[in-house]
Design a protein around this ligand. Structure first.
Ligand code: CAA
Length: 246
C-alpha cells in the first residue's frame, strides 16, 4: 500500500519539489492549499501532471486551530492513515525590528510556527498508536543563525527546531521520528522576490557561491521520510551550501 504524506504549502517552490519527489518515490500526497485558492491549486496540480491517486488537493487554513483539528480528523478517517507530515507552509514579512508592525510579527508566527501545532497535533496521536510515522519540519538557516530584517521569521524557524526536539522525545518509543530540514537560500519565488543587491551580497557569502535548488531540499526530506532515516530523530539537517555550519 502507498504511504501517505501530508505536505503544507505544497505548491510553493520547495513544497512542489517535495511533492514531486515523494510522488516519484511512490507516496500518495495530501497537498494542502489555503482557503479559497482551489483554482490556483488545481492549476498547479495540472501543471505538475499529477493524478488524483497520486495527489489529493486539500483545503486547509493552517493558521486556524479549530479548522485543522476538525478537517484533519476527517481526513484521517477518509484516508485511514497519514504516515508523514511535512510542515512546509511559510511566509516572510521582512523588515527591521524597529519598524516591524505587530501584523508582520503575528502573521509570520501564525503561519510558520503556530501552524506546526495546528497541523501536527491532530495527526500525531494516530501515528503513535499505529507505531510509526514521520514529522518533518522545514525550518531555515536563518532560524539557526538569525538574519538582519527577519526577527519574526528567525523566531518562528528557531521555534520549529525546539518543537521538533521536544516532540522527538515523545514519539521515540512509538517509532515516530521528528526532524528538521533547514534550507539555506533556495531558488524559489520567496527568495527571488528579494532585492537583487541584497540577494547578491548574501550569495557572495555562501561558500558554494550559489543558491540551493528546491530539488536538493526535497532529497533530504525524502531521506528522512524513508526507511533509511528510521533511527534519526530530533535532528536538524542543514542544506545550505556551507552558509552556516553548526
Ligand atoms: N547587517 C547590518 N546592517 C545591515 C544589514 C546587515 N546584514 N543589512 C542592511 N543593513 C543596514 C543598512 O546598511 C542600512 O544602514 P543605514 O541606514 O546606515 O544606511 C540599514 O541597515 C537599513 O538597511 P536597508 O536599506 O536594507 O533597509 P530596508 O528597510 O530597505 O530593508 C530589509 C530591510 C528588507 C530587511 C533588507 O535588509 C533585507 O532584505 N534583508 C535580508 C532579509 C533576508 O535575508 N530575507 C530572506 C528572505 S528568503 C527566506 O527567508 C528563505 C530562507 O529561509 C532563507
Amino acid at each position: 500500500m502507498k504511504k501517505i504524506a501530508l505536505i503544507t504549502g505544497s505548491k510553493g517552490g520547495i513544497g512542489s519539489a517535495i511533492s514531486a519527489k515523494l510522488v516519484a518515490e511512490g507516496y500518495r500526497i495530501i497537498a494542502t492549499y489555503f482557503t479559497g485558492n482551489y483554482e490556483c491549486a488545481l492549476e498547479w496540480f495540472e501543471e505538475q501532471g499529477f493524478t488524483e491517486e497520486q495527489v489529493r488537493l486539500f483545503e486547509l487554513d493552517v493558521t486556524n486551530t479549530g479548522e485543522c483539528a476538525e478537517r484533519l480528523a476527517l481526513l484521517l478517517e477518509e484516508e485511514g492513515t497519514i504516515d508523514v507530515v511535512v510542515n512546509n507552509a511559510g511566509i516572510t514579512r521582512d523588515g527591521v525590528f524597529k519598524k516591524m508592525s505587530a501584523d508582520a510579527w503575528f502573521d509570520v508566527i501564525n503561519t510558520n510556527l503556530n501552524s506546526v501545532f495546528n497541523v501536527t497535533q491532530p495527526l500525531f496521536a494516530a501515528m503513535c498508536e499505529k507505531g510509526g510515522g514521520r514529522v518533518i519540519n522545514i525550518s531555515s538557516v536563518n532560524g539557526i543563525k538569525g538574519q538582519f530584517g527577519q526577527t519574526n521569521y528567525s523566531a518562528a524557524k528557531a521555534g520549529m527546531i525546539g518543537f521538533t526536539k521536544a516532540l522527538a522525545y515523545e514519539g521515540a518509543r512509538a517509532g515516530v521520528t521528528a526532524n528538521v530540514v533547514a534550507p539555506g537560500y533556495t531558488g524559489t519565488p520567496m527568495v527571488e522576490q528579494m532585492k537583487t543587491e541584497v540577494l547578491d551580497s548574501i550569495r557572495s557569502t555562501i561558500p558554494m557561491q550559489r543558491l540551493a535548488t528546491p530539488e536538493e531540499i526535497a532529497e533530504s526530506v525524502w531521506f528522512l521520510a524513508s526507511d533509511a532515516g528510521a533511527y534519526i530523530t530530533g535532528e536538524t539537517l542543514s542544506v545550505n551550501g556551507g552558509l552556516y555550519m553548526n
